[in-house]
Write a protein that binds this ligand. Structure first.
Ligand code: C2E
Ligand code: CA
Ligand code: CA
Length: 497
């Protein structure tokens, strides 16, 4: 339409020009005395000029209208590409935009960070979905305020991608992300509740870390994952070593799945003795991976990797089934270690009980050991699982007490039956007066609460004597017995029976 207007305007201009020429000619003619012709040509020139003016005005108005329509259609298209809640770009549009910038051969650097809000589920559960939504809006607004030039995309529920076109410094990018997290940590009122928001950020750069969008995003995601594992609420820059770790993890996961099928997962047992009379009280079941080429692999090498997937659940089931089978031979209760990841599964207690039932083992012959790092929130899944287990008669022990973040407050959160004092306290019993005082105070508290205290890692007679003086209930450690197979513990004949 604009083009045809332009064409008509050009014709008008040509006509006006022609009119002027005619006019000039008329003036010449008038000089020679042809008066009527003079008037006619003057009037036609004015008429054409007016026509031209009208066309020009019309053209301007039309141009404005077209520009407005253009703007409107751009706005409609733009809003269709945006997430209705946060105003960030939709995943597909964000990816398309990023794809235009990041590709092999592109010289334009692009800084990218992957933001994942921490604990959105807890916020939704605690204060309702509207509060969760408001938190997401606040998160996006904070990013937009501190990085006004950034292209922001909502990649999933609580995940955002942030791209800074032209950014070539990972340090600057990391600092920016840190400023964003700092701003989020400030108190904010969300639906009448004063709260703080926390997020974890993974940072990667193109073309330094990646030459295409998939690579860029998965590398930032890997950095983010490392941040989540190291405790969240932090910014982590991608490092090529992470990729090596991840490949290793994937390799171990594949091998572990095979190990479960090939019966390479074995259980050994370490005895626990009562300090009075050194009577055998129970055994602790400790898992081993009997690898066909690499020999025996310690749990510290594969449990953390198993915990990254459902392998930990399958591993836990295999260990428990073996424990049920060995209970009949060992004769005393057996403690099994349960990972925080297992305890977080809503159906954990039920499947645990089903395995005991299947093997016809009563719950009071089992002790579940959990590390003190487990989040013990009243009404949380973890507490529900533990409570359900106690209903089956299973005893619950806090493992490695004192090694992590546990405080005495932890003892209030659940009615534990056993405390296992971390072996680092036992190791320093001789030199550290504080360690002795702590164990002693803990024994007093435990006695008042009717909780049994087991000291782990007893390696010397001196440690054993001191623990006896302090008043510990039971002991476990290399001095008294190393972990061994059922066959080694009860003798070949009995095990074969
Ligand atoms: P943990 O539960 O604290 O187990 C005790 C660890 O201390 C065992 O190591 C044991 O062999 C070692 N130990 C026992 N006495 C002594 C001692 O006197 N001195 C020293 N220096 N060490 C001693 P292990 O078997 O390598 O197990 C390491 C950790 O792996 C366990 O620590 C537990 O957290 C985890 N784990 C073992 N089996 C399982 C399992 O079936 N499931 C899960 N989720 N975790 C397991
Ligand atoms: Ca343990
Ligand atoms: Ca322990």
């Amino acid at each position: 339409m604009l083009a045809s207007y332009r064409r008509v305007s050009a014709i008008c201009a040509a006509l006006a020009g022609a009119a002027l020429l005619v006019n000039a000619a008329a003036l010449v003619v008038s000089a020679t005395g042809h008066g009527r012709l003079v008037w006619f040509s003057a009037v036609s020139a004015v008429a054409l000029a007016v026509l031209l003016l009208l066309w020009r005005n019309g053209y301007r108005t039309m141009r404005k209208r077209v520009a407005r329509a253009d703007e409107e259609s751009r706005r409609v298209i733009d809003s269709a590409q945006r997430d209705a809640l946060t105003g960030a770009y939709t995943r597909s549009y964000f990816l398309a935009t990023l794809n235009e910038r990041v590709h092999r051969g592109s010289s334009m650097p692009v800084g990218y960070f992957h933001v994942d809000m921490d604990h959105l589920k807890a916020l939704n559960d605690g204060h309702g979905h509207a509060a969760g939504d408001a938190a997401l809006v606040h998160l996006t607004a904070t990013i937009r305020r501190l990085a006004p030039d950034a292209v922001i995309g909502r990649l999933g529920g609580d995940e955002f991608g942030v791209a800074l076109i032209g950014q070539d410094s990972k340090q600057a990018l990391t600092r920016l992300a840190e400023r964003i997290l700092e701003a989020l940590r400030q108190e904010v009122k969300i639906r009448e509740h004063v709260t703080r928001i926390s997020a974890t950020v993974g940072v990667a750069l193109a073309p330094d870390d990646a030459t295409n969008v998939d690579e860029l995003m998965s590398r930032a995601d890997l950095a983010l994952y490392c941040g989540k594992r190291s405790g969240r609420s932090m910014v982590v820059g991608y490092d090529p070593d992470m990729l090596v770790d991840e490949r290793h993890n994937r390799f171990v996961q594949r091998e572990l799945r095979a190990a479960l099928l090939l019966n390479e997962i074995k259980v050994v047992y370490q005895p626990v003795y009562s300090i009075d009379g050194m009577k055998l009280k129970s055994y602790e079941a400790l898992v081993r991976w009997q690898h066909c080429h690499r020999g025996t692999i310690a749990p510290s090498e594969f449990i953390p990797i198993a915990e990254q997937s459902d392998i930990i659940d399958r591993l836990g089931e295999v260990v428990l089934r073996q424990v049920c089978a060995d209970l009949k031979l060992l004769g005393v209760p057996i403690a099994v270690n349960v990972s925080p990841v297992q305890l977080r599964r809503p159906g954990f207690a039920a499947s645990f009980a089903a395995i005991l039932d299947e093997a016809n083992i009563s719950g009071d012959r089992i002790i579940v050991e959990i590390t003190e790092n487990i989040l013990m929130k009243t009404g949380g899944v973890e507490t529900e699982n533990l409570t359900a287990l106690t209903r089956f008669g299973v005893k619950i022990a806090i493992d490695d007490f004192g090694a992590g973040h546990a405080s005495l407050e932890y003892l209030r959160s659940f009615a534990f039956n056993v405390i296992k004092i971390d072996r680092s306290y036992v190791a320093h019993l001789k030199s550290g007066r504080a360690d002795r005082a702590i164990i002693s105070a803990l024994c007093d508290i435990a006695q008042a609460l009717d909780i049994e205290v087991i000291a782990e890692g007893v390696e010397t007679q001196e440690q054993l004597d001191t623990l006896r003086q302090i008043g510990c209930d039971a002991v476990q450690g290399y001095l008294l017995g190393r972990p061994g197979s059922v066959r080694a513990l009860v003798g070949n004949s009995l095990a074969a029976a």
